[in-house]
Design a protein around this ligand. Sequence first.
Ligand SMILES: [Zn+2]
Ligand SMILES: [Zn+2]
Length: 381
Amino acid sequence: MSEQLTTTPTFDAIAFRQQLHRFPELSGNEVNTSQVIATQLASFGLEPVIGVGGHGLFCVIDSGKPGQTTLFRADFDALPITEKATHNHVSHHDGIMHACGHDGHTVSLLKVAKHLSVNPPQHGKVILLFQPAEETGTGAEAMIRDKRLAEQPIDNVFAYHNLPGFPLHEVIIKDNTFACASVGALVSLKGKTSHAARPENGISPTNAMVELIGFLQSLADNYQDAFCLVTIVHASLGEEAFGIAPGEAKVMATMRSECNHAFSDMKRRLTSKVEQLAAQHGLEMEITWDEPFNAAVNSSSHVELVKRVAKQNQLNVHQLEEPMRWSEDFAEFLTQWNGALFCIGSGEAHPELHNPDYDFPDEILETAGTMFIGLAKELHG
Ligand SMILES: [Zn+2]
Ligand SMILES: [Zn+2]
């Protein structure tokens, strides 16, 4: 990785987006990305607060007059995926790519920064926030914990995600839960190996593992009122050796729900089931929770505002019946403050997020910028 990201001297949104795409950085390692964003903001005459919750940064555009405070958020981390593309801005970093379009989200918000630096809000304050480590579900929380952000009197928060499978430029939104809570659960059960001819001399986790898999398969059925889903993603038992009765088992499952309460209840039930199985079979147990996300819950009035601004800009609005099954750590902002997360269509035939042939559609940079600027205008004149 000798080549690094450098700042583009004059701000050309598409060129800047493609430059970010060439030099993606993984969650928690976004040193250069963070730096070029800060430099770009400074070139607009803004004063970014840097090193917020890791490599995060934000800038405040203050009208100097009383009023509300609105925060717009973009993320900027990439994924451990090898890009399969032939365009001329293909990733220069082996095994890392912007496969979720965070390069585009960032540049949309830089467009807003440029606009507001020349046309500041008439009342109140606008905060433009650039967040690292979204994919691991840690960046938002780390930024919110930083005193310099926590002390801001925030009234409204907004973010968007681009969304393949929907027409280009379409604004996709939903009242209440927009994106699900999710977590990865890794359950380890430890007993004792023995000779396969003498299984009674060991402590095998086989029966506990079988029961646990059955339990996980039906866990979501306990919640009829809210969408819940448990997907077993991996399981292993013992060694691939005919002479050894197993001493260890591992089960991994991803749990999702549209409801934060049902979600914590599922986690609680899993924990007590594993404790019960371990006690019953004389096993040691451990549960590790990985990549936790809350559900992203939108406020009705903010959803109405997003719809209004979309219509003002002749954008088609698609109201979802069911929440997105994926998770977004913007949920942390929505847990703290009222606001809305929405999506902008990336094109019906566009490669899906996290696919190796995905690339952010530059056409929607303008659409996203227009949405944010419209929201700022509605709330701050
Ligand atoms: Zn993603
Ligand atoms: Zn994403």
